[in-house]
Design a protein around this ligand. Structure first.
Ligand SMILES: C[S@@+](CC[C@H](N)C(=O)[O-])C[C@H]1O[C@@H](n2cnc3c(N)ncnc32)[C@H](O)[C@@H]1O
Length: 276
């Protein structure tokens, strides 16, 4: 585990994957390079639902798994928890986060580590959450990460997830396999979304009780969602950068095409659970 304390500094750090060309870079870092800050399927609205439902308060010790560009970290820190630790396996993402200014009211720390093995002490958190990160793990890694969240939380600790899901709950396994393959091909990262019952099973199987659930349409690249998530100026910037670069444009069209083709079977899911 590589640690960074609270630091202040550079405003325009490169996004992770800066050395990869647009044809090969993972989809989330391509979006980040084009200026997208919100990299999760349910957008800011589902994130706000998750944070509201987790009831983050000034006494809380929060661990965020896979903060990426830190967009949710900002919303969490605005709630003034006592402590916040962000764990991401991408050292460039962590270095960028550690170089930014964060509110002084919270003790903020950043670590480069795998979410399945954070290196943090057991029962050191009251709230743990992660967004758009379990979807990209194979089954055993998903289970290890949820077990690590359980280990990090003390009794009555709250756990939140925000991920991609397949609908309906009894989706034909052959179609589910086809969708996973098409998504993985488009975003260049193994995409393994589960159905809502399977997400429940994953979380309850680690010893949590699910207390709240939401599903919303998977509109990550739809114009209305882009404006909600990124603002009008942000959206225009993303569009203009995409139009100016042919390889990025091809990737964006490919990702958007897959999301559209399978839109009847893709959704975003949020679950909040409590540790017994
Ligand atoms: C799609 S981005 C989502 C970022 C952020 N949570 C958000 O919603 O905007 C995926 C992030 O998960 C991180 N990640 C993926 N697998 C991880 C793992 N096993 N441990 C820690 N971080 C991981 C990646 O480095 C990346 O920052």
């Amino acid at each position: 585990m590589t640690a960074h304390g609270q630091q202040r500094g550079r405003a325009d750090d490169p996004v992770p994957g800066a050395d990869l060309d647009a044809a090969r870079i993972p989809g989330h870092w391509l979006l980040a390079r084009l200026g997208k800050k919100v990299l999760r399927p349910g957008g800011v609205e589902l994130t706000r639902w998750m944070l509201d439902t987790l009831r983050i308060e000034p006494t809380d010790q929060v661990v965020e798994l896979a903060p990426g560009l830190g967009a949710t970290a900002r919303l969490t820190l605005a709630r003034g928890p006592a402590g916040y630790v962000g764990i991401d396996r991408d050292s460039a993402a962590i270095a960028t986060l550690a170089s930014q200014p964060w509110p002084a009211a919270t003790r903020v720390r950043w670590h480069t580590a795998d979410a399945a093995s954070t290196g943090l002490p057991g029962a050191s958190a009251t709230v743990v959450y992660g967004e758009a990160m379990l979807t990209m793990q194979p089954g055993p890694a998903k289970r290890r990460i949820v077990a690590e969240a359980h280990r990090l939380l003390g009794p009555a600790g709250r756990y939140g997830i925000h991920e991609l899901c397949l609908v309906p709950g009894d989706l034909d396994p052959a179609l589910a396999g086809e969708i996973r393959a098409a998504l993985s091909e488009a975003i260049h990262v193994g995409a393994r979304p589960l159905t809502v019952p399977q997400w429940h099973e994953l979380v309850t199987g680690a010893g949590f009780t699910v207390t709240a659930q939401i599903t919303t349409p998977m509109h990550l690249l739809e114009p209305r969602r882009l404006i909600t998530d990124e603002g009008l100026a942000g959206t225009l910037g993303i569009i203009s950068r995409t139009m100016r670069d042919a390889p990025s444009r091809r990737r964006m069209l490919q990702m958007h095409g897959v999301f559209r083709r399978y839109r009847a079977h893709l959704a975003a899911v949020g679950l909040v659970a409590v540790r017994a």
